[in-house]
Design a protein around this ligand. Structure first.
Ligand code: FAD
Length: 363
């Protein structure tokens, strides 16, 4: 049977994971086309800026919870068996302050902060931390062993896995999603049979998609050489409803990511120095081990960073539709969960590809 020609537009975690799953079957011949590739740092490219960890914020009994649930086994397998992927296990603590109830962060984190979250059963060591072990001001907390992904290793690792399976990578900027089917874009030189749209936040302006439900949630981070003993997150801060606190030490000398903020509708690409100070103070306060009990002047900064989470009202879009007569399968709008939902979303997109191409064969 002739192979179907697929063009994946986008080389962030969504595009690369989807290309990897497609490349594992002989039925598909895959080209990835993107403006930005692993190795680039750009405000239009969210994936390198993520921490990234698996800390589900999805709501029980939703497609998002299903995508997260389906992503845990592959990530756990990578941490256990493939250290070269840059994924490793890390202890995790989630702290909750009752006074944050009803704030934007606590609402976004509702399931994560619960002592009985839907994902509890995924972790054999999930437990509540005794009140006596908590810092003043924290009302309850949970701990479990999750994973942290060093994106500087993991994204190129995904490219390598795809290359091994025959995927071809090309740089290009498309004006319209259907342009991906033009002859010459797919590496065979022929027109593609199907297009995957994995363009993240750019889906709000890409011709043929123009999804006005998309908006950015700006995240600012400080990458430091200091190490934390585990990953930490909390329901809120005293510095405003758009400011958050998280800490994660990446595998293989990747440094420790200190975050952050969740500024909806903010497109600013440059880091705000006063916010950076607040981020560092909050993180050292949560984890004094970072500086051996000393002040933030003992943090050794590698770089400051800003990324835009590709958010979508109503959640990520994993759907198929015909645009200018060609099947397009969408996989975008993953907000702050692109890694922790990556395999689940790519599996869902894969299913839609199979449906669309079978449908096409029948026409
Ligand atoms: P992107 O990574 O933005 O990739 C989009 C791709 O499409 C790029 O290759 C781009 O060049 C290409 N493209 C766009 N338009 C065009 C065009 N017209 N023509 C050609 N190519 C085009 N997620 C987690 O799961 N865990 C975390 O801990 C976490 N922490 C985060 C912290 C921060 C500070 C930020 C900013 C995000 C975080 N995220 C986290 C979210 C995660 O980073 C995103 O959900 C994810 O990276 C989105 O990936 P993507 O592939 O959809 O988009």
């Amino acid at each position: 049977m002739a192979q179907k020609k697929i063009v994946v537009v986008g080389a962030g975690v969504a595009g690369l994971t989807t290309a990897l799953l497609l490349s594992r079957t002989e039925r598909y011949q895959v080209t990835v086309v993107a403006k930005h590739m692993p190795g680039d740092y750009d405000i239009e490219y969210a994936s390198p800026w993520a921490g990234a960890n698996f800390m589900p914020v999805s709501v029980r009994n939703t497609p998002a919870a299903e995508w997260d649930k389906n992503t845990w086994p592959p990530l756990e397998d990578l941490a256990r068996n493939q250290p070269e992927s840059g994924v490793w296990f890390q202890g995790t603590e989630i702290h909750n302050r009752k006074k944050d109830l009803g704030t934007a962060t606590a609402t976004w984190f509702a399931d994560l902060l619960s002592p009985d979250p839907w994902f509890k059963s995924l972790f054999s060591d999930f437990k509540e931390i005794p009140k006596s072990d908590l810092k003043e001001g924290v009302d309850n907390a949970t701990s479990f062993t999750s994973v942290c992904i060093n994106t500087a290793i993991y994204l190129p690792w995904l490219v390598s896995q795809c290359l091994k399976n025959g995927v071809v990578f090309k740089r290009a900027i498309l004006k319209h999603i259907a342009d991906a089917a033009s002859p010459g874009v797919h590496h065979s030189g022929q027109a593609a049979d199907l297009i995957l749209n994995c363009t993240g936040l750019a889906s709000h302006k890409l011709g043929g998609v123009e999804d006005k439900l998309m908006y950015p949630a700006r995240g600012q981070i400080v990458l430091v050489r200091n190490e934390a003993d585990k990953m930490y997150s909390i329901s809120g801060t005293d510095d405003g409803s758009e400011e958050v606190m998280y800490i994660m030490t990446r595998a293989a000398g990747g440094g420790t990511v200190l975050g952050g903020c969740y500024q909806k509708g903010n497109w600013e690409s440059q880091h705000d120095p006063s916010l950076a100070i607040r981020i560092m103070k909050r993180c050292v306060d949560m984890c004094p081990k970072l500086t051996n009990g000393k002040g933030i002047e003992h943090l050794d900064v590698v770089r400051h960073g800003v990324g835009l989470r590709p958010c979508r009202e109503g959640g990520a879009r994993i759907e198929k539709e015909k645009v200018n007569g060609i099947w397009v399968v969408h996989n975008y709008g993953h907000a702050g969960a692109g890694y922790q939902s990556s395999y689940g979303c790519a599996q869902a997109a894969f299913k839609l590809v199979e449906e669309a191409l079978t449908d096409r064969a029948r026409l």
